[in-house]
Design a binder for this molecule. Structure first.
Ligand code: HEC
Ligand code: HEC
Ligand code: HEC
Ligand code: HEC
Ligand code: HEC
Length: 485
């Protein structure tokens, strides 16, 4: 700004004013200058208020930081740029009318000039401090889970909701989506801009496609906190299932999984995390964007041996690039995400939630047909979440009335309303019709419960991918499971 002042200030001969007197007056006299001054003053004032509100936590409205740290600084800077531009244009105008104006001269022995200079320095310091504080807050804020999850409210609502109930709920989005390092930071901010544009123009896909094509390799992000050397032993998990015929006695399945790790006896790395251990490389070629159908699998082992397993009869579309390397290669090196594709955006299945309702007595198992009816209302089509909210409990009561009659329903009225509330909560935690997210849209690869739909370990472990000698990728239960099985 000071250059401009030098060029256009000329009030030195009118000693009753400071050296930039005519600039200041010039500003006020042109509409552009007026706009600049107003924009700067209003933005700066609101920004200061925004900082105060944030620092003292006066509100949790996401639009306050969005405005204060991202929008208003834009207004502030635009205003500041407009002021010298207005002064410059005004000077051109003067020249056109032949009004001679001298260049700025600063005479430090003149106390008015000194005063103006001090003011100028003070304002510049305040201005840069404000921008630094704003920059810092803006940076922090644009990295927060709150920003990612809430500001694009409707779009990210599903991801944010399911994330909050996951084991990673306290980990900010960027830990997995950006990770450390400047290169990925810049990439993320650029693709962030593109996404903001897509939201603004309403041109994003629903559902947001998974797998995320340009997700940073998991080895760079997940291994920041988890690393394969740390894995060991087995993990026991319990699964509880009811059936429509037996709502009261669950079938409880305990399984133990070979998490894997370093075997001290044999000195090798084995078990489930073998795929991501040092010196092992598993690559695969999928025929579809969802990576559900896998045509070929290549392995390099620590002892240097290599193998290729091919599934007979799978047609590889011409669009899939089969070359070994290069940007467009269809070959993908297996990492954490090929099994843990849902480490935090974890959606439930309706049966799981209904069975959980029965065991936790949120659904009273005494009510005849409650399992079947609950599944029916949960998986019914609703056009919007509001529609589900309005209809779910009534639908359950209606189904029960048809089944058992009005007296029965009256007897269990309180239980049925409680059941309706539980089912609605479950629905709202998993289904977003407006975003194209229905039950099961985002499947998990961790296991084989949905193997027939193409999800999970059995994409490769299907006894159908065979090498040249006819050896297949095994589906033998004890490869992954241990006692209790
Ligand atoms: C623990 C790591 C982790 C955290 C934390 C995380 N994500 Fe993700 N996210 C992933 C992975 C992995 C995928 C890719 C899933 C796939 O490729 O199938 C993903 C996918 C997505 C997708 C694509 C849709 C989908 O469900 O696959 C969106 C959108 C998304 N994340 C947004 C967010 C937002 C917003 C936050 C913070 C509120 C967040 N993520 C936090 C790991 C994470
Ligand atoms: C910033 C650190 C951090 C990052 C990055 C991170 N995690 Fe985690 N992860 C955690 C913490 C903390 C837990 C919870 C541990 C606990 O509950 O004992 C956890 C838990 C887990 C669990 C166990 C969940 C369970 O049900 O017990 C898995 C699996 C997991 N993370 C996978 C991943 C994957 C895959 C990625 C990369 C996409 C990832 N994590 C990235 C910190 C992280
Ligand atoms: C071949 C599939 C596969 C790959 C690849 C894989 N995991 Fe796992 N991981 C599993 C399975 C299966 C489990 C146990 C199932 C469960 O917890 O539900 C597991 C469990 C875990 C756990 C919890 C361990 C415990 O003791 O509770 C963490 C943490 C984890 N994985 C992180 C990772 C990270 C980080 C990577 C990438 C370096 C990775 N995994 C790669 C399949 C895999
Ligand atoms: C992209 C293909 C692919 C997927 C998906 C996959 N695996 Fe594998 N897995 C392999 C290959 C290839 C081998 C090695 C086969 C061989 O050498 O005979 C292997 C080997 C294993 C082994 C034996 C490791 C050892 O100790 O030698 C275990 C255990 C295993 N997988 C578990 C799993 C689990 C659990 C999942 C799902 C969560 C899974 N795999 C998903 C390709 C895959
Ligand atoms: C390639 C590894 C692998 C093989 C082979 C495998 N499983 Fe599993 N299985 C898993 C994993 C991983 C899970 C855990 C899924 C989860 O955490 O949700 C699982 C879960 C299960 C469950 C509990 C699921 C539920 O909903 O009750 C049962 C039962 C089961 N397996 C049985 C078997 C049987 C029987 C075989 C042999 C035909 C077998 N598995 C082969 C990896 C494997």
């Amino acid at each position: 700004m000071s250059d401009m002042d030098h060029q256009h200030g000329n009030e030195h001969q009118h000693h009753h004013r400071g050296p930039w007197g005519h600039i200041i007056r010039g500003m006020w006299r042109s509409p552009l200058g007026l706009l600049g001054v107003t924009l700067t003053t209003v933005s700066a004032t609101l920004m200061v208020i925004g900082i105060i509100v944030e620092v003292f936590g006066l509100t949790h409205n996401p639009y306050v930081p969005l405005l204060a740290f991202l929008v208003l600084p834009g207004g502030f800077i635009t205003g500041l740029v407009l002021i010298p531009v207005a002064a410059y244009l005004r000077r051109r105008q003067w020249q056109r009318f032949g009004i001679a104006k001298d260049h700025l001269q600063i005479n430090l022995s003149d106390h008015r000039h000194r005063k103006s200079l001090i003011w100028f320095i003070v304002l510049t310091v305040i201005f840069f401090s404000l921008l630094t504080v704003i920059g810092y807050f803006g940076y922090e804020f644009s990295d927060s889970a709150y920003f990612c999850g809430k500001v694009c409210h409707n779009v990210m609502d599903p991801e944010y909701t399911v994330y909050q109930r996951s084991p990673h709920a306290k980990i900010v989005c960027i830990e997995c989506h950006i990770g450390p390092g400047a290169q990925w930071f810049v990439r993320a901010k650029i693709s962030g801009l593109r996404q903001v544009l897509a939201v603004a123009t309403n041109s994003y896909s629903r559902p947001i496609p998974a797998p995320v094509e340009h997700l940073r390799p998991a080895r760079d992000t997940c291994e920041h906190c988890h690393w394969p050397e740390k894995f060991s032993g087995k993990k026991v998990k319990s699964f509880v299932h009811f059936t429509n015929d037996n709502q009261t006695e669950p079938e409880i399945v305990d399984i133990a999984l070979h998490i894997g790790g370093h075997n001290r006896v044999t000195g090798t790395f084995e078990g489930i995390h073998w795929h991501v251990s040092k010196d092992v490389k598993v690559q695969y070629l999928a025929t579809d964007e969802k990576r559900l159908e896998i045509a070929k699998v290549k392995v390099s082992r620590p002892d240097g041996s290599k193998d290729e397993f091919v599934k007979a009869g799978v047609e590889i579309p011409a669009t899939v690039d089969q070359s070994e390397d290069g940007e467009k290669s269809g070959w993908r090196t297996m990492d954490c995400i090929d099994c843990h594709n849902r480490p935090t955006h974890t959606y439930d299945l309706p049966e799981e939630r209904v069975d959980f309702g029965l065991i936790s007595k949120k659904l009273n198992p005494e009510i005849i047909g409650i399992r079947e009816d609950s599944l029916a209302v949960l998986t019914a089509e609703y056009n919007t979440r509001e529609e589900a909210e309005a209809q779910m409990t009534n639908r359950l009561i209606e189904l029960q009335t048809n089944r058992q009659g009005i007296d029965y329903v009256k007897r269990f009225d309180a239980d049925l309303r409680k059941a309706g509330a539980y089912l609605l909560e479950t629905y709202l935690g998993n289904v977003w019709p407006e975003m194209g997210i229905k039950w099961g849209t985002y499947g998990s690869h961790l296991g084989h419960q949905r193997a027939e739909e193409g999800w999970g370990c059995w994409r490769c472990h299907d006894e159908e991918h065979a090498n040249a000698e006819g050896k297949t990728i095994s589906q033998s239960c004890d490869l992954c499971h241990d006692e209790p099985q």
